[in-house]
Design a protein. Structure first.
Length: 285
């Protein structure tokens, strides 16, 4: 058969089409193509297995019929906006319902399909099963929320720092004790937010305490925290390191319990501390 340079034969065209079909059908990831109405026109074997349907059960049906019921209208509206070029394409995470009633979380990557004139003819999508990852992330969020609730409910003041001694988290009791709000205090040195003094005025380096013992505590009332306004509050304190799974210290947790004298006693101690500071400043001048 005579061939001419630059001209693709009918056989070659058919071979390319078959290779594309094989690549689409046997790909290890789920593929489908929908038209501008959201109707499935092509779907590969991997997606059929993923959703638990035969190919003929998917072809010709709107893709949102296989989405979890509460997300169907959202999916339908998003498809209409995308084919009209009113919504940019982005990676989407959406819950799907299998034929057996089980639910999957899928990460969807999309690309518009266009004809020779540049008109949108549909959307081609690749789907990845991220159900395990999603469940793991949800569990982490649940644990984070639980810790936040526990810290918020704690009666005593709790502050955590990173390995350099910069504040990471403080609970409401610590905010009340120190006079700092967490959003203002995050990233600042612990000794600035929660200075602890040994009566009558020697500062305590709390972070250095954990270098000598795993857990250090003091149950005497001879310590005070100086709040943001300069008022001193008698406290008991306890500090322990925060370690990762490799036992590397990545921070510290400080727990403070205030003594129970009246508020007036705290104000008097604070005034005394400020007076001592003023006398020291005048003497140095």
């Amino acid at each position: 058969m005579t061939t001419f340079p630059g001209i693709v034969s009918l056989n070659e065209t058919q071979e390319q089409a078959e290779r594309y079909r094989d690549l689409f059908e046997e790909a290890p990831v789920a593929y489908h193509e929908i038209d501008c109405e959201g109707v499935i026109r092509e779907v590969n074997h991997t997606e059929c297995s993923l959703l638990g349907y035969e190919r003929h059960e998917l072809i010709g049906r709107p893709i949102w019929e296989f989405v979890a019921a509460e997300a169907r209208e959202t999916a339908r509206g998003a498809i209409a906006a995308k084919v009209a070029r009113q919504m940019p394409l982005s990676v989407v995470m959406r819950e799907y319902r299998r034929s057996d009633g089980l639910y999957l979380w899928l990460e969807i990557h999309e690309k518009l399909m266009e004809n020779a004139e540049g008109e949108v003819t549909g959307i081609r999508s690749v789907l990845f099963d991220i159900t395990e990852r999603h469940e793991f992330e949800q569990e982490l969020l649940k644990q984070r929320d639980w810790m936040r609730y526990a810290l918020r409910s704690a009666i005593g003041a709790v502050l955590t720092t990173d390995a350099l001694g910069h504040l990471v988290v403080m609970n409401p009791a610590a905010e009340r004790l120190t006079g700092w709000r967490q959003e203002e205090a995050v990233g600042k040195p612990l000794e600035k937010i929660c200075p602890v003094w040994h009566h009558p005025g020697a500062a305590v380096d709390l972070l250095s305490c954990i270098l000598s013992e795993p857990v250090v505590s003091n149950r005497s009332r001879n310590f005070v925290v100086i709040d943001r306004a300069g008022v001193a509050h008698p406290v008991q304190w306890r500090i322990s390191p925060i370690s990762n799974d490799s036992d590397v210290v990545i921070g510290a947790m400080v727990m403070l319990e205030t003594a129970l004298p009246g508020a007036e006693h705290g104000r008097l101690i604070g005034k005394k501390s400020r007076s001592q500071g003023a006398l020291s400043a005048s003497g140095s001048g």
